[in-house]
Design a protein around this ligand. Structure first.
Ligand code: ADP
Ligand code: MG
Length: 357
């Protein structure tokens, strides 16, 4: 359906896409993953001609869309796009958001557009919001409306650019469910996403982008379980880290909590985040500043390890020392496992894995 060869794109001197080659077949679901700044959005924007590639060719159903004769509006219509930031028309009701395009661009009658609009709202679970305005909706609802609006234009392929990145973590799954449903219905899709579990479950193929090319592609099993190339391996097994120095007793406790919270919320459930904040507070009370805190999240195994480092001695928090009270000990016992003590370069550290439930 789509055949991209030797596509390149520059912004000034910056060669964002160097030589992108790929095929997307009808009915395929492709997830595009990779570090930020590697041209994933640019790739989607070039596909749909929101950006003009510097070189190479893009064929859709055998037609070169970069040639002068190409009917760009028609080609663009074949490709729906869903953005991170929803891009709904704020001044239009939900239903009118869905009917505007079909009436103006597809030449549908008002009644027909409305009927289809309701069908689509039903499909994304938001029929009762037809008369609401976008600012009355949650982020997850807005994104489901944006997907419905995209479908109203009868695209042959939908390009998603990080559709859940702007959402509160509690709303990610409602949007992913809708995308999953589309995949089941056979919709052709290319999805830039950081949701690795989702990418793994929903896709036929994964493109890993790096260095201005599709650096490695393969089935979800190939890419996630057995990546072949160095950068893919590093990315797939990557660790997300957060470091905090506590220099004295008078450190900014609320500021620290806020930073830990926003780091952890990216990866962990809200409930677990609360536990981690409580645990951190206990650790600081037990070990006393100055100390360093490290939070390492291992994405692949979905595990968080907290490490306390100090020039002071750090006995195990479960030992009956330090005047650790029973409540503190119970919290540490309940929330953590595999506690390890280490001494490196004169610094002591103690690390613990957070239990996932
Ligand atoms: P990704 O989506 O993988 O994070 P992008 O495609 O957004 O990456 O961006 C790739 C690179 O191109 C980045 O270094 C970004 O700063 C740059 N870039 C993107 N859009 C523009 C633009 N309109 N003008 C200049 N540079 C841009
Ligand atoms: Mg992007």
């Amino acid at each position: 359906m789509i055949n991209v060869s030797h596509m390149s794109k520059k912004y000034g001197d910056l060669e964002v896409l160097k030589d992108v080659n790929c095929q997307i077949r009808k009915g395929e679901v492709i997830s595009i993953i990779g570090p930020s700044g590697t041209g994933k959005s640019t790739f989607l924007r070039c596909l749909n001609l929101l950006e003009v590639p510097a070189g190479g060719s893009i064929e859709i159903d055998g037609v070169d869309i970069l040639s002068k004769e190409a009917n760009v509006p028609k080609l663009r219509q074949k490709m729906g796009m869903v953005f991170q930031s929803f891009n709904l028309y704020e001044h239009l009701s939900v239903l009118n958001n869905l009917t505007l395009g079909p009436i103006k661009l597809l030449g549908k009658s008002k009644d027909e557009a409305k009927r289809r609009g309701f069908e689509l709202l039903k499909m994304v679970g938001l029929e009762e919001k037809a008369d609401s305005y976008p600012d009355e909706l949650s982020g997850g609802q807005k994104q489901r409306i944006a997907i419905a609006r995209c479908l109203a234009m009868e695209p042959e392929i939908i390009l998603f650019d990080e559709p859940t990145s702007a959402l509160d973590p509690t709303m990610v799954s409602e949007v992913l469910s809708v995308i999953r449903r589309l995949a089941k219905d056979g919709m052709t899709m290319a999805i830039v996403t950081h949701e690795m579990e989702f990418a793994r479950n929903v896709s036929n193929r994964i493109f890993y982008m790096d260095e201005g090319v599709i650096y490695e592609e393969g089935s979800p099993e190939e890419i996630f379980q057995n990546p072949q190339k160095e950068k893919t391996k590093t990315f797939i097994n990557r660790i997300r880290s957060f470091h905090y120095d506590i220099n004295s007793d008078s450190f900014d406790f609320y500021g620290m909590n806020g930073e830990i919270k926003s780091f952890c919320e990216k990866y962990l459930s809200p409930k677990l985040v609360q536990k981690i904040l409580l645990l951190t507070e206990e650790l600081i009370a037990i070990y006393k500043p100055p100390m360093e805190l490290d939070f390492d999240y291992f994405e692949k195994i979905d595990k968080l390890i907290i490490k306390v480092t100090s020039i002071n001695e750090l006995p195990s928090p479960l030992e009956d020392k330090l005047g650790v009270d029973d409540i503190s000990r119970a919290i540490i016992n309940n929330f953590t496992e595999n506690i390890k003590e280490e001494c490196i370069n004169g610094k002591n550290s103690i690390s613990m894995e957070i239990k996932s439930i």
